[in-house]
Design a protein around this ligand. Structure first.
Ligand SMILES: [Fe+2]
Length: 284
């Protein structure tokens, strides 16, 4: 059973994936609301997930992150504290921690070994959600640490593919690589044709009235505007790099990354009891 939660502020889709037989479940890519102008965080989005989990009497085994998001803060620590479960992300998160640890001039207390997470996934790892078998694919390119979670007949593909009419994720963040992204996407598209694909974002392609986040391997192979069957790697890379050169830096990249590389934990309060984020100037 897959239940989606769309956050219109950041165009993010969070998912609760549950096994109807055991009522065990995983939460994928949760959102902590953040208003940058006021610096206020809120748990409205996460509380909607929590209400669903409680209504359905689900046991949370896992809080999964497809990658360190640059467009929203993760609510995983908040949900973990309320609901339990283990926090998992791709092992290459340590590379992202290194890059952004340097940019943020993080001190020695930020160890950059992934220890803020309970489980670091490698390609091919298997895990269980109640009676559901899940497996992990390393799909780098958008960032070095992107993972896709294949659960039953569904794959949660994070920021790799978007809806067929919108295309693919950008590959110009530090550690991103359009060539790797193409290979990762081709790997996802080699899953069985009817595999359901659940996306991390939707931006409503021009001409489309509604947000959408579910598609299939075959739909992507036939119609994805960036990577349908027949588009080769060099053509994709040229398109992706040209398009990325036109994209603005995501609005919440600095708040998001510095929180998310720490497993979503907010910085400790300073002596006056207030938490602070850092904004490097003229460095990104
Ligand atoms: Fe992303």
């Amino acid at each position: 059973m897959v239940r989606a939660f769309f956050d219109e502020q950041t165009n993010t889709i969070s998912y609760v994936v549950s096994d109807p037989a055991t009522r065990h479940a995983a939460i994928i890519d949760s959102v902590l609301d953040f208003d940058q102008a006021s610096g206020r965080t809120a748990t409205t989005s996460a509380d909607a997930i929590m209400a669903y989990v409680e209504d359905e009497a689900l046991t949370i085994d896992w809080l999964l992150e497809t990658h360190a998001h640059a467009d929203h803060l993760s609510a995983a620590p908040y949900l973990q504290q309320k609901l339990g479960g283990k926090l998992g992300i791709g092992r290459a998160i340590t590379q992202v921690q290194d890059v952004f640890g340097q940019l943020l001039n993080a001190g020695a207390e930020f160890v950059r070994d992934g220890s803020e997470f309970d489980r670091l996934f490698d390609d091919g790892d298997q895990f269980e959600i109640g009676g559901l078998q899940a497996s992990v694919l390393h799909v780098p390119g958008h960032t070095p640490a992107d993972m896709a979670f294949v659960i039953g007949d569904s794959a949660f593909v994070g920021d790799t593919l978007f809806m067929p009419d919108f295309g693919t994720a950008r590959a110009d963040f530090p550690g991103g690589d359009a060539r790797q992204l193409f290979r990762s996407i081709r790997r996802l598209l080699s899953l069985p044709p009817q595999t359901r694909l659940f996306l991390c974002h939707d931006y409503k392609a021009p001409g489309r009235a509604d947000y959408e986040w579910e598609t299939t391997v075959i739909a992507q192979r036939e119609a994805n505007v960036h990577v349908h069957d027949g588009i080769d790697e060099d053509a994709f890379v040229a398109m992706r790099q040209a398009r990325d050169a036109t994209l603005a830096v995501p609005r919440l990249i600095l708040p998001s990354i510095q929180v998310n590389i720490r497993g979503g934990k907010l910085p400790a309060p300073e002596a006056n009891g207030i938490r602070y984020l850092r904004i490097p100037l003229d460095a990104l």
